[in-house]
Design a protein around this ligand. Structure first.
Ligand code: NAD
Ligand code: PRE
Length: 305
């Protein structure tokens, strides 16, 4: 693969920023990779790992002359960063991000984008519960979706270039409306994380009652929840504060469905329980059949269809 951008600036060098850098290097996509973090300790750590050509604690210095700028910090930081870098963005550059919500990014970053800069929000649907510059790896985006949510007036050539970039990082790319993205991700990612945070918190509160046995005997299902609930607190706080409407809508439906299950258990309605569990088992199997569960510990070990 040949160079697509002479200089790429990654604002944020945690799991996503560092994985992008590793994947760009693997494919030879950038002439120069510049990285930024507000903390000198993070910059020092990133330097030790060695995935960037230059590193800064000053965002404006990092983006100078960059042809592609990607915001890879928690979404709550985007507005202040956009305001800071706007005056030095290179005309013709693409300004993108990796944030897990999209409507709020358009709201917060859009007003600062200078004339002549192409603003194309993006979201790689790939991650782990790890964070920081040592967490990244080149294969993170392989075979995963990346969703682009360009505002309507965006130059199609710039969208095509960013699409080709994410494909070269290993992703399958879809273009979607930001509002739809936020609703889809609320049910597939955001509410599942909230459920994990909640169940692990409840279990921890129950430790007094169970004399430490919840954690001691945690295996299987509960262990999977603890992995998800170990995800970065700042990142997830910002996601819930910035996808409020869609998350509350999905939680409303979730609460109603949970009440229906509660009622079925109370009244011994086995048919309702069985029918739901059979339906959800079929969904799991369709995900396995589509080869989309590369994150599963059972992936490639012949999980039963
Ligand atoms: N982790 C995932 O699974 C995942 C997946 C897809 C998208 N995302 C999105 O990508 C972005 C980065 O996530 P990550 O997992 O790489 O996080 P991370 O915690 O691993 O890295 C965040 C980076 O942002 C910097 N940062 C933190 N607070 C800052 C602040 N106040 N000002 C400036 N810089 C700051 C940190 O120094 C670090 O370099 C987030 O917007 C997140 O929603 C995450
Ligand atoms: O696999 C995980 O650990 C993740 O949480 C990754 C995950 C997800 O929910 O799928 C988390 C947040 C992102 O915005 C995208 C991907």
């Amino acid at each position: 693969m040949s160079e697509m951008f002479a200089k790429v600036a990654l604002l944020g060098v945690g799991l996503i920023g560092s994985s992008m850098a590793h994947a760009m290097r693997r494919a030879g996509l950038a002439g120069h990779i510049a990285g930024y973090s507000h903390r000198i300790e993070t910059v020092d750590l990133a330097r030790t790992v060695g995935f960037a050509d230059s590193l800064y604690t000053d965002a404006a210095a990092c983006v100078k002359d960059a042809d592609l700028v990607v915001l890879c910090t928690p979404v709550g930081t985007f507005k202040a960063l956009a305001e800071e870098i706007a005056p030095v963005l290179k005309p013709g550059a693409i300004l993108s991000d990796a944030g897990s919500v999209k409507g709020a990014v358009i709201r917060d970053v859009g007003p600062f984008v200078p004339e002549g800069v192409h603003f194309i929000p993006a979201h790689p649907i790939a991650g782990t519960e790890q964070s920081g510059p040592t967490a990244g790896f080149a294969e993170l985006f392989d075979g995963r979706w990346c969703i682009l949510t360009p505002p309507e007036e965006t130059d199609p050539q710039a969208v095509a270039k960013l699409k080709a970039f994410w494909e070269a990082l290993g992703s399958n790319v879809e273009v979607m409306d930001a509002h739809r993205h936020d609703l889809v991700l609320a049910i597939t990612s955001h509410v599942p994380h909230l459920i994990a945070y909640n169940i692990v918190g409840t279990a921890d509160d129950l430790e007094n009652v169970t004399e430490g046995e919840v954690i001691k005997y945690s295996a299987g299902g509960f262990r999977d929840f603890t992995r998800i609930a170990a995800s970065d607190p700042t990142m997830w706080r910002d996601i819930f504060l910035n996808n409020k409407e869609a998350v509350l809508e999905v939680l409303g439906r979730f609460g109603e469905d949970l009440s229906a299950l509660q009622r079925a258990i109370r009244w011994g309605d086995g048919e309702t329980l069985y029918n739901l569990f059979a339906r959800t088992r079929a969904i799991r199997r369709s995900i396995i059949d589509a080869g989309q569960d590369t994150a599963s510990p059972n992936f490639g070990r012949g999980e039963k269809k």
